[in-house]
Design a protein around this ligand. Structure first.
Ligand SMILES: [Zn+2]
Length: 384
């Protein structure tokens, strides 16, 4: 225990291990070295540590570290991966922690490897005998891309606990709601032909025009039906993000492809929405001879809604002095909710600094975060 690193040493060590996750395989890295570092520190603190590998991906794993026993514990959770960085646009090396201007600079300071060090700092002096319910540190893989780590947790049904805090960057304000998201490709196949006679082909591009008209009408219906005033954009959104079709002005367009994203409000089920999307497109194309296929570009993250009256929400509200909010970004929260935890998103960074060059965490966020986590642990885990 004497060799236990200081908080700043822990943050520096976590930032110093590259763990970029990216849909581009050339930039994609595993997270196992970060997990092993955390596992060592947590073992030294008396936690029972389990490294949960992701199937068929030897460089990726989740970590579940538990101190104490019981069904009503508290999970402190963070993802160990970061987004890629804009080389050349950083003032400092993104993988070296630099303290300047009362800030800690580095990739993952705000989003969100530093939170894992802060959680460790908050739990390092805990003794198992003092705990009526367990404290569980959870570190996940691939949050920034596929949510593969969170999906594996859900498949395996672990960890089980009553409350969870995910330390994503919220400026130390509690968040209990966010929208979901999924992304879909719609591919239409018609028949090419000479443009001088429409009867020689079947235009996929004109069919896509009808599909887009139908999608915008469906969007208007969804926005009339679903409304949640907690969100800055209080309705579900559907964005037409990419389209490509055809090749030449004098050829009837045989293929056209559209990519959309859809962001549902809490209470809207992604599987049902996806099925409805498919029905809308298929009914528009009925009788046209145009073939259609769908591909999930992103399977999706469900929306999150933790009840305002949940103990962890009320506790976070009382301890931070801020009413719980709704945010526009997705998290692993819905997966922890599905595992039975009341989940609050609450972390020291700011979303404005996340995914940016010169990402930083203000130094004056460190101690309040440690104290906040210790107060939560005292309230829901420590024997009274
Ligand atoms: Zn994040």
């Amino acid at each position: 225990m004497n060799h236990y690193p200081s908080l700043l040493d822990m943050i520096a060590a976590l930032i110093g291990i590259p763990s970029v996750s990216c849909v581009d395989p050339a930039l994609d890295q595993g997270n196992l070295a970060v997990i092993e570092l955390l596992a060592g520190w947590l073992e030294d603190s008396g936690f029972a540590v389990e490294v949960m590998p992701l199937d068929g991906q030897p460089a990726r794993a989740n970590l579940i570290a538990t101190l104490g026993q019981g069904p009503d514990g508290l999970v402190l959770s963070g993802h160990t991966d970061t987004v890629p960085f804009d080389a050349g646009q950083w003032r400092h090396d993104p993988f070296r922690l630099v303290e300047a201007d009362q800030r800690l600079y580095g990739l993952g300071t705000s989003d969100m490897k530093a939170f894992l060090a802060l959680a460790l700092e908050a739990v390092r002096t805990l003794q198992e005998r003092d705990l009526a319910q367990p404290v569980i540190l959870l570190a996940t893989a691939d949050e920034e891309t596929s949510m593969a780590g969170a999906r594996v947790l859900l498949e395996q049904g672990r960890p089980r606990a009553r409350h969870a805090i995910i330390g994503e960057p919220t400026g130390l304000r509690p968040v209990r709601m966010h929208k979901g998201i999924f992304m879909e490709a719609i591919r239409l196949r018609g028949r090419s032909g000479h443009s001088s006679d429409p009867a020689l082909g079947n235009s996929a591009l004109e069919a896509m025009h009808r599909v887009i008209t139908a999608l915008l009408a469906w969007r208007a219906q969804l926005q009339a039906r679903y409304h949640n005033a907690c969100f800055a954009v209080p309705v579900p959104t559907l964005n037409l993000g990419h389209i490509h079709g055809g090749d030449n002005p004098n050829r009837i367009c045989a293929d056209c492809e559209l990519h959309i994203d859809l962001r549902p409000l809490p209470g809207m089920d992604i599987a049902e929405l996806r099925a409805e999307l498919h029905r809308q497109v298929e009914s528009t194309l009925q009788g046209t001879g145009i073939r259609c296929e769908f591909q999930a570009l992103f399977e999706g993250i469900p929306a999150l809604e933790t009840p305002a009256g949940a103990e962890i929400v009320r506790l976070a509200e009382r301890l931070t002095g801020h009413a719980p909010e709704a945010v526009a970004f997705g998290t692993e929260g819905p997966y922890l909710s599905a595992l039975g935890m009341d989940t609050v998103i609450l972390g020291p960074g700011d979303i404005a600094q996340a995914h940016q060059p010169d990402e930083y965490l203000a130094l004056d966020r460190l101690q309040p975060t440690v104290e906040l986590l210790q107060a939560v642990i005292k309230s829901v885990c420590v024997r009274h």
